[in-house]
Design a protein around this ligand. Structure first.
Ligand SMILES: Nc1nc2c(c(=O)[nH]1)N[C@H]1C(S)=C(S)[C@@H](COP(=O)(O)OP(=O)(O)OC[C@H]3O[C@@H](n4cnc5c(N)ncnc54)[C@H](O)[C@@H]3O)O[C@H]1N2
Ligand code: MOO
Length: 388
């Protein structure tokens, strides 16, 4: 049995092999750069106007209007002192321009421009390269692409970028009692709900499973199922059958498939019988079958590894220290992850904390952490992991 910290340390310290691929910029949201990106051009690429108004040759009170430049025009003016051109936002500022003045601060009489106030040198001109110069570093390797990142790279003319591949993930749920939702139940059966929850959790964090299989508690079947899954997967996630019962075959089946155990059992509630193993560059998590245990373990332990395998640091869920809305005492000897809800920066610990109860987790957005035998008073800070 390992402590929570030790289990996380084992996961975070895994050396991982990362492959890269080229994707279209517009498909790259949340992907992680596999190389440093340098600017292929200046940004902006030419001096341009920040306002609809007039580009001014020299700084004075009155000008002769000699023409017009709109955004996209390639017409080249060279302004002399005392000359002005009508200009619009984004248009190329003519050579010889000292400033641009917004039209609200001007009066026009025929082709004479009179300023209501004296302009300052360079005002309202967006200078070539003022945001970024050609060859300057735009984003470093391991930058995770945001919407603004896509905008930035698009403004530099990039349409394809090299990112780390996402891990190939497969899911196996085990249990004789499990029946797919939509079918009818016989005595002793329950609906299989973990695969749906884990697939959704994967999706919400930017991942997906390439296959999801349901298996009976049959040692040979599970052993073969694991062997087949390991033919083409980087992360195999199993649910159920990992405790100590006579029908819990997962651990032995993993061992028989050459998977090396990295830890088994974590001193925590829920999720004590959590298993983590490795075979070459492949990783295996066997999550305890109880629905709230399996989903909590996914967020706390599986997610950091998936992040690492995508080129990220693997920090897992965002950790916050927030005040708790009522007293809480953990009377047990295991640290707990409690289903909780963060609202208005307060943490509410929800009712129905049982490992088999997923409903309360569905109403919350966080997992609050309390140490063994710890008493927490209303208003004191509690370590909370934000799920969404
Ligand atoms: N003698 C002991 N018994 C148990 C221990 C222990 O330390 N000693 N640990 C308990 C804890 S804690 C947990 S958690 C469970 C985990 O057991 P398994 O991982 O072997 O899970 P199962 O027995 O297969 O299932 C547990 C529970 O969850 C339901 N389940 C399983 N899979 C699904 C699914 N895909 N969808 C919905 N529900 C599922 C299953 O019916 C069981 O009720 O072991 C305790 N026992
Ligand atoms: O792992 Mo169990 O979740 O403590 O019921």
């Amino acid at each position: 049995m390992v402590e929570i910290k030790g289990a996380l340390e084992i996961i975070r310290s895994q050396r991982v092999h990362l492959d890269s691929e080229v994707v279209r910029l517009k498909d790259s949201l949340d992907r992680v750069l596999a190389e440093d990106l340098r600017a292929g051009c200046d940004l902006p690429g030419f001096n341009n106007s920040a306002m609809d108004g007039y580009a001014l040759g020299g700084l004075q009170q009155a000008y002769k209007i000699v023409g017009e430049v709109a955004a996209g025009d390639s017409q080249e003016f060279i302004l002399k002192k005392g000359e002005a051109v009508r200009i619009f936002t984004g248009a190329k500022v003519p050579e010889g321009s000292s400033a641009v003045i917004m039209q609200e601060k001007t009066e026009v009489k025929e082709n004479l421009l009179i300023l209501k106030e004296l302009p300052k040198e360079g005002q309202c001109i967006r200078k070539k390269g003022e945001e970024l110069n050609k060859d300057e570093l735009v984003f470093s390797k391991s930058y995770q692409i945001t919407a603004a990142g896509i905008g930035m790279l698009g403004s530099l003319g990039l349409h394809k970028i090299k990112v780390f591949k996402k891990p190939i993930i497969q899911l196996i749920t085990t249990g004789n009692e499990l029946v797919a939702p939509g079918e009818s139940l016989q005595a002793g059966q329950i609906y299989e709900s973990n695969s749906g929850a884990i697939e959704a959790a994967l999706k919400s964090k930017g991942f997906s499973s390439s296959a999801s299989i349901q298996m009976e508690d049959d040692f040979e079947l599970i052993k073969t199922g694991i062997s087949e899954a390991l033919e083409n997967t980087q992360v195999l996630i199993l649910s159920g059958g990992i405790s100590v019962g006579d029908y819990d075959f997962v651990k032995q089946a993993l061992e028989d498939n050459g998977v090396e155990e990295l830890f088994y059992k974590v001193k925590q509630k829920p999720g004590k019988p959590l298993y983590f193993g490795r075979k070459g560059n492949q990783f295996v998590f066997a999550l305890p079958g109880n629905p709230a245990s399996s989903l909590s373990c996914f967020y706390i332990y599986v997610l950091p590894l998936l992040q690492k395998l995508s080129g990220l640091p693997g920090k897992g869920l965002l950790e916050l220290n927030l005040p708790v809305s009522k007293d809480f005492e953990n009377k047990g000897d295991r640290p707990v992850f409690l289903k909780a809800n963060i609202d208005n920066n307060w943490v509410e610990i929800l009712n129905a904390q049982g490992s088999s109860m997923i409903g309360s987790m569905a109403k919350g957005n966080a997992l609050a952490h309390v140490e063994a035998f710890e008493k927490i008073e209303k208003g004191s800070l509690i370590k909370t992991l934000l799920i969404s």
